[in-house]
Design a protein around this ligand. Structure first.
Ligand code: NAP
Length: 262
C-alpha cells in the first residue's frame, strides 16, 4: 500500500533506538524526510546512518542531539527545522517504584517528560499543520493508560493526563483542517527499556533474565514481544493519507494483552 506521504517531513523524538527508531525507519522507507532526536550522540549518529541507508525516494535524514523534555532541547530542534507535517512524540518513560517514595520532584519530572513535552510539541506544530491542510501527530504513550501497572504509577498518571488533553484538542477546530492526533499505546516490545526492566527484576528476585522474559511472554496472548518494526508500521499507517478519518484515538499494540472487550 502506498501511504501517500512521500516527501513529507517528520520529527521523530526519542529515535536513536527502540520504538522511536522503529517509527523513523517505517517513515523513511515511505520516502518521508525525518529529523530524529535523542540525547546520546553516538547512538543517534549510528541510527541516522542506518535510516539514511534505508530511505527511499531521496528522503533526507537529519539528527539533532537534544533532550526533548527541556525547552532548550525543543528550541534546538525548531532551530534546525520549523515546519513539520508529521510529529511523533516520545521520550524515556518514568522509573518504576512505590508511590510512597515519590516526592514532588519525581512527579514534576514525569509530568514534564510524558505529558507537558508532547503538549509543547503539539502547541509548536499544530497550527502550521492546520494552515497547510495536512498534519499527523502520534504520541507514543503506553498500554498502562488503559490497564495501569501498579509500580508504574508515574507513567499511569502523567500519560493519562496527556490522553485527556489529546482527546479534547484532536476534536477541536484542527480536525476539519486535515490534522489528526492519535496516541499509540505499546504493550511489551523488545527494546532496551524492556530488557532493562527484566534485568532489574532479575536482580531483585535472583531469577535468570530469560526466565523473567519467558514468564512475561506467557501473559501475552501472542506469546511473544512485539518488534520496533511492527510498532513503526502502525505508526506510519496512522501518519498516512489513509488514516485521515481517524483522530483522537488510543491505538493499542499489545499482542492481545489488554483483556477488555472495548
Ligand atoms: P528505549 O529502547 O529505551 O529507547 C528510548 C529512546 O528515546 C532512545 O533513543 C533514547 O535515547 C531516547 N530518549 C529517551 N529520553 C529522551 C529525551 N529526554 N530526549 C530525547 N530522547 C530521549 O525505550 P522504548 O522501549 O523505545 O520506549 C519508548 C517509550 O515507550 C518510553 O516512554 C516507554 O516508557 C514507552 N513504553 C515502552 C514499552 C516497551 O515495551 N518497550 C511499553 C510501554 C511503554 P537517549 O537515551 O540517548 O536520549
Amino acid at each position: 500500500m502506498d501511504l501517500g506521504i512521500a516527501g513529507k517531513t517528520a520529527l521523530v523524538c526519542g529515535a536513536s533506538k527502540g520504538l522511536g527508531y522503529g517509527c523513523a525507519l517505517a517513515l523513511v522507507k515511505e520516502g518521508v524526510n525525518v529529523l530524529v532526536v535523542a540525547r546520546g550522540q553516538e547512538a543517534l549518529d549510528d541510527a541516522a546512518q542506518r535510516l539514511a541507508a534505508a530511505a527511499t525516494g531521496g528522503a533526507q535524514v537529519q539528527a539533532v542531539v537534544a533532550d526533548i523534555t527541556t525547552e532548550a532541547g525543543r528550541a534546538a530542534v525548531f532551530g534546525v527545522q520549523r515546519d513539520f507535517d508529521i510529529v511523533v512524540t516520545n521520550a524515556g518513560g518514568p522509573p518504576p517504584g512505590d508511590f510512597r517514595d515519590w516526592d514532588r520532584d519525581a512527579w514534576v519530572k514525569a509530568v514534564d517528560a510524558n505529558m507537558l513535552t508532547p503538549i509543547e510539541l503539539i502547541k509548536a506544530t499544530v497550527d502550521g499543520m492546520a494552515q497547510r491542510g495536512f498534519g499527523r501527530i502520534v504520541n507514543i504513550t503506553s498500554s498502562s493508560v488503559k490497564s495501569p501497572i501498579d509500580i508504574l504509577g508515574l507513567s499511569n498518571g502523567a500519560r493519562s493526563g496527556l490522553t485527556g488533553f489529546v482527546a479534547g484538542v484532536a476534536r477541536s477546530g484542527i480536525a476539519s483542517q486535515g490534522v489528526t492526533i492519535n496516541n499509540l499505546l505499546p504493550g511489551s516490545f523488545d527494546t532496551d527499556r524492556l530488557r532493562n526492566t527484566a534485568i532489574g527484576a532479575a536482580k531483585k528476585t535472583g531469577q535468570p533474565i530469560e526466565a523473567i522474559q519467558e514468564a512475561r511472554k506467557k501473559t501475552i496472548p501472542a506469546r511473544r514481544f512485539g518488534t520496533p518494526e511492527e510498532f513503526g508500521a502502525i505508526c506510519a499507517f496512522l501518519c498516512s493519507v489513509h488514516a485521515a478519518y481517524m483522530t483522537g484515538q488510543n491505538v493499542l499494540a499489545d499482542g492481545g494483552a489488554y483483556p477488555g472487550t472495548y
